[in-house]
Design a protein around this ligand. Structure first.
Ligand code: SF4
Length: 460
């Protein structure tokens, strides 16, 4: 979500004639796009702002802005804690960024625009977010010109008891299908080979005018892919309760839709799932995963888990380990519970699992997942996989810099025939690293896997 929001902010400013600065020092405008899903993410922003206090004193003309979910959640508190901030902008107000910057430049003082308040769980109290949404895409504002996120939904109505998202991103709304398809065509015209449809609960997509569901939308995207250079269609994040047979069959039957599902489980214990208000049992979750594996051959599933949520017993945790063992996720994103003010868990229950227990459970679960990921990755050795080549492999390059060689050697080499370490992903979203010329970037290529680590395949 934040990667896409950042792209849209950059694009909005590029269209006004701004350009990206090489460093914070050279920038006239410094924007922090924030996340409030965990306390740690917020703490980092406040300390980054603290470091800018002296910069602002020396250069009062520099504009400093805080955007995104933390801006929405903390709003005027940000001005109190960092009085030199000029702009606070909620995630639903990105389209207004250039106008507000102009107001600040014109001397109208600090500006704050928030997404509409959510005053309850109903949809009726809130105007549609897409009225405030700027869907204009700009290839140069993207980290990768060949891949793009496309927002198909705003907000969330699930109200998991630990989660701040429904309060900061507002109620669940699906964008009209015509708007989404127009945006995808624009991206394809800009050279995009892969699009990922995103929403907090993307499997609940429902265009109220046409009645189109996610499987229907995937079919329409497939029609675009059949006649253009669009090669891959993905979607994240799914919610187990809204994943139905038609979705699995669409993924199986549509050749450009990739067989990859991100389905957060959060816990393997029914007591914890109930306390989290996830709305499903572990039996239901297992059934969804089995249906995916049965319907879509070779599909990969990834998951999210929270360890150390309120009252999580050792037995609850062991049930989570068992779920990971049984479903064999491609990988899992594992987090220690972090209480968020404003959520039900924060208001009602004590954060009663000691940090060392959270840490131990995190490490134990990670070890189980790493073993499974290693075993499954090793099965690819000797196989040919098809990848979309995304770009150079920065981390891998750092490891192979020769003595005396410029550390930016790989990044600086624009010779199309120079051999670089490149990276791409398989249809199941496995990362592949291999050596090849820059000219392969943006192409679909076959790579033979010769080595594997838990989360990376190495090929030729
Ligand atoms: S489904 Fe639950 S965890 Fe996901 S965004 Fe909505 S409230 Fe948060």
């Amino acid at each position: 979500m934040n990667v896409l929001d950042s792209e849209l902010m950059i694009a909005a400013l590029l269209r006004e004639g701004y350009s990206l600065a090489e460093s914070m020092k050279k920038a006239d405008i410094i924007l922090f796009n924030t996340c409030s899903i965990r306390q740690h993410a917020e703490d980092k922003i406040y300390s980054a702002l603290g470091r800018l206090r002296l910069v602002k004193e020396a250069h009062p003309e520099k504009i400093i802005g805080v955007m995104g979910c933390m801006a929405q959640k903390d709003n005027s508190l940000i001005f109190k804690r960092a009085p030199f901030v000029d702009l606070v902008l909620g995630p639903g107000q990105i389209a207004r960024l250039p106008e507000l910057i102009e107001k600040i430049r014109a001397g109208q003082g600090p500006q704050m625009e928030l997404s509409l308040e959510r005053r309850g769980r109903g949809r009726h109290e809130v105007e549609d977010s897409f009225d405030f949404y700027d869907p204009m895409r700009e290839a140069t504002a993207r980290l990768n010109p060949f891949m793009a996120y496309v927002r198909i939904m705003f907000g969330c109505d699930q109200f998991c008891t630990y989660c701040i998202v429904p309060y900061v991103r507002g109620p669940e709304q699906s964008r009209p299908v015509g708007e989404i398809l127009a945006e995808i065509r624009q991206l394809v015209d800009q050279g995009c080979r892969e699009i990922t449809l995103i929403g907090q609960t993307v499997s609940k997509y429902h265009d109220k005018t046409s009645g189109t569901s996610l499987s229907g939308l995937l079919e329409m995207c497939e029609r675009i892919a059949e006649t253009t250079n669009l090669e891959r269609i993905r979607f994240v994040t799914s919610h187990p309760n809204s994943m139905t047979t038609d979705l699995f069959e669409a993924v199986r039957d549509l050749p450009h839709v990739m067989p990859y599902f991100h389905v957060p489980a959060q816990s393997g214990s029914n007591a914890q799932l109930k306390k989290m208000n996830r709305g499903y049992s572990v039996e239901k979750y297992r059934e969804v995963c089995h249906q995916i594996y049965e319907t879509v051959p070779g599909a990969a599933i990834t998951s999210d888990f929270i360890v150390g949520f309120c009252d999580e017993s050792e037995d609850d945790f062991q049930q989570t380990i068992q779920l990971v063992e049984d479903i064999r996720f491609k990988n899992s994103f594992i987090f220690k519970f972090s209480p968020r003010e404003g959520t039900k868990a924060y208001e009602l229950w004590e954060d009663n699992i000691p940090d060392e227990v959270k840490r131990r459970r995190n490490n134990e679960l990670l070890a189980v997942q790493n073993r499974i990921s290693t075993e499954d990755s090793e099965k690819f050795i000797g196989q040919e996989v098809e990848i979309l080549v995304e770009g150079t492999s920065k981390n891998a390059n750092k490891l192979t810099i020769l003595e005396g060689q410029d550390s930016n050697f790989y990044e600086n080499s624009h010779d199309p025939n120079a051999i670089l370490q490149l990276t791409g992903r398989t249809p199941c979203d496995r990362i592949v690293v291999f050596d090849g010329p820059r000219s392969l970037i943006g192409e679909i290529k076959k790579v033979k896997i010769v080595k594997a680590s838990p989360f990376t395949l190495f090929g030729e």
